[in-house]
Design a protein around this ligand. Structure first.
Ligand code: ATP
Ligand code: MG
Length: 415
């Protein structure tokens, strides 16, 4: 006996219709634009050895310490569903010998998994588009990625109201000096910090700047910025990035206390943020991660990249028109039913989007054709068939003419 239907897992999504259409529009636009920028598409596994993420993202980050879907497989190995693309791409760069292609510009899209509290714009299985440049330490790589991100938002029609917030996290010495100043600042306010941030203060104080807890926000917002601690080299790198953005006409604002949630960032860090999605305001984020490949046991390799949540981009995009068929076929009678299959196949093989209902009388089928937004209806009666013609009805103009069956494809294509 059948039991109760199991529920969809919390934080996952089933998409049909409007939600899927805007989702698909984001993915299609991303892949169109990444090709313009010469980024190759890659496919990588949805799961990896847990070490791939634990070692690169950092044990003290939220993602690794509490958000990963980690389990033992049947062979007893610890595996993790990818919580992001970057670490897996860096692993592939090392294990697949992609180093020979450096500098390598690659892009990917697909599901990622994080055990988080589900809410609007925050899921446990969500989807990202991702762009990375591996093996390039030049600021030109940072600039290219940012101009790409900016163009993507413009082509999606959502650039208005989305701001690029830009920071540098400097090089090693810069980070050490800034970290010491931050620790001193947070120690002064120890009594007002959230419990979680007290823990961060011990393990990873920079991350307090990224806290979402309202108790931490005023303390984080009044923390010293990084500028006073930048080495000449770090300052010059950042100046080259901002000069490139200005030359490309990409608007940005400086956020001197912006840090990224993951440990591996150096130099450029950025987020494209909006206030149109409530608390889930970051739509696209990334930066330079020169330490990442090294943390996976590879040679020191520069890298820079970003990821964007497809669902958040799709929410900003809103509804996208459903594609309409060019032609709806309406057969009348059993002989016409069979002949219609031939015409339908011919049209589709000629690249014309055509559809035919499985059932229904003439009136029902005509209503359906109108509702589908089809440009034409092809009406096939037995008399017409005997003459080798069909009635072609222009559904928007309401006009109708007789067309020879062998001229139908050309006629429809001509519009
Ligand atoms: P947040 O601060 O919102 O938790 P994050 O810093 O964890 O974001 P990243 O690791 O930078 O996010 O991931 C890149 C993008 O993926 C985010 O900017 C956001 O658009 C999207 N994203 C992150 N987590 C989720 C989620 N749980 N559900 C939907 N989209 C998400
Ligand atoms: Mg997060």
């Amino acid at each position: 006996m059948a039991g109760q239907t199991p529920n969809r897992i919390r934080g996952t999504q089933d998409m049909l219709g409007e939600a899927q259409l805007s989702f698909q529009h984001v993915v299609d636009t991303f892949h169109r634009v990444r090709a313009l920028y010469g980024f190759q598409r890659v496919e990588i596994p949805i799961f990896e050895s847990t070490a791939v993420f634990a070692r690169s993202i950092g044990e003290t980050t939220d993602v690794v310490s509490k958000e990963m879907y980690t389990f033992e497989d049947r062979g007893g190995d610890s595996v993790t569903l990818r919580p992001e693309f970057t670490a897996g791409i860096a692993r592939a760069y090392l294990t697949e010998g992609w180093q020979q292609f450096a500098p390598l510009k690659i892009a990917a899209s697909g599901p990622v998994f994080r055990y988080e509290r589900p809410q609007k714009g925050r899921y446990r299985q969500f989807h990202q588009v991702d762009a990375e440049i591996l093996g390039a330490g030049e600021p030109q790589a940072d600039i290219e990625l940012l101009v790409f991100a900016d163009q993507l938002l413009h082509e999606l029609g959502i650039a208005d109201g989305v701001t690029l917030q830009l920071n540098t996290l400097g090089d090693g010495p810069t980070r050490e000096a800034w970290r010491a100043a931050l620790v001193a600042h947070f120690e002064k306010h120890r009594g007002d910090l959230s419990e979680e941030s007290l823990d961060r203060l011990e393990r990873n104080p920079l991350r307090i700047l990224d806290s979402k807890d309202p108790r931490d926000r005023p303390i984080a917002d009044s923390a010293p910025g990084i500028d006073a601690f930048l080495t000449d080299e770090a300052a010059s790198f950042f100046a080259q990035v901002t000069a490139g953005l200005d030359a490309a006409g990409v608007k940005w604002t400086r956020n001197e206390t912006l840090v990224r949630g993951l440990d591996y960032y150096r130099h450029t860090a950025f987020e494209f943020v909006t206030d149109r999605l409530g608390a889930q305001g970051t739509v696209l984020a990334g930066g330079r991660y020169d330490g990442l490949v090294g943390s996976l046991g590879g040679p020191e390799t520069p890298g820079v990249g970003w990821a964007a949540g497809i669902e958040r981009l799709a929410m900003l995009v809103g509804s996208v028109p459903a594609p309409a068929p060019d032609v709806a076929i309406i057969p009348m009678g059993a002989a016409a039913d069979a002949a219609a299959q031939g015409i339908l196949a011919d049209l589709r093989r000629a690249g014309v989007a055509a559809d035919m209902a499985f059932r229904g009388n003439m009136k029902k089928r005509m209503q359906k054709a109108n509702a589908s937004g089809a440009r034409f209806a092809v009406i096939l009666g037995e008399d017409e068939l005997a003459k080798g013609v069909a009635a072609l009805k222009d559904l928007s103009a309401g006009t109708q003419e007789e067309v020879a069956l062998d001229a139908l494809v050309a006629k429809v294509r001509a519009g």
